[in-house]
Design a protein around this ligand. Sequence first.
Ligand code: HXC
Length: 280
Amino acid sequence: MSDSAAMASVFRSGLLDGQVALVTGGGTGIGFGIAELLAELGAHVVIASRKPAHLEAALAALTSRGHKASAVSLDVRDPERVTAVVREIATQYGRIDLLVNNAAGNFYAPSATLSPNAWRSVVEIDLFGTFYCSQAVYPIMAAQGGGRIVSTSMTLHYRGWPMMAHATAAKAGVDALTRTLSVEWAPQRIRVNAIAPGPIPTEGVRKAFMPPADSGIPDRFAAAEDRMAEYARTGIPLGRWGAPRDIANMVAFLASPAGDWITGAIFVVDGGEWLAKATT
Ligand code: HXC
């Protein structure tokens, strides 16, 4: 059972019955956690990913539990493919109620030597991809009388985050896009919001906390766990790392009738981490 599945749902069963949701980057990590909760609440979830192996495993995990789910191969950087996939989903399932722009690319690299292609790759996945997918669902949501878009942002651009010029610039763009589209598409009753997740222990995070191979520490994995526990105690005011379900809960809330009067908002879900950093 995944971390997120271990946390029982606070939402009523059948809350999202009849809804169709598209989750980009839905095969792993936070995206899968979101897909999992939406499906548990009754939505038909279409997970999209560039990587077939991720799709197969995620789809098997969802369908084996009796959830309604399907998978589609998609690189959000390709606007024509995005449009085709979105049309296909609408034709097949009759509607799209929720788009979760979760697909993201990221790595630490010094800005001075970041290649044009490296810059472009991250900005295209995080920002252009969010725009292409949002634009593609617009006509479908407008024609059906409304819909919800939830994009994944971050908090690192609130202060500046060295070695991450590409991702911070892209996510600042996602914030701007969220606010602009929310106002522009409100007449069509399309609610557009974003979530800025705090630290969720992905593989990348675990690696970042691991002592270097030449450190002489015999059990580097155990050392990484100790360091992560220490970070939770000292760096996260609410005292623990996040889980995909923490983010998924906010998506489910926004997808539910409780989100009816919410648009243009960017929700920080981070245990207080960024504010604590801002005071140090
Ligand atoms: C410098 C790098 C690099 C690195 C890739 N590049 N990694 N440059 N340092 N560590 C450069 C490559 O050399 C290449 O430029 C260009 O980026 C594109 O690389 P490709 O591997 O060809 O691209 P692609 O296969 O499209 O992969 C996209 C990617 C990759 C973004 C580069 O990292 C990826 O697929 N990531 C998806 C998974 C991921 O990152 N998830 C994290 C999301 S979490 P040249 O010039 O050589 O052609 C998140 C929250 C952040 O976003 C919170 C962090 C604390």
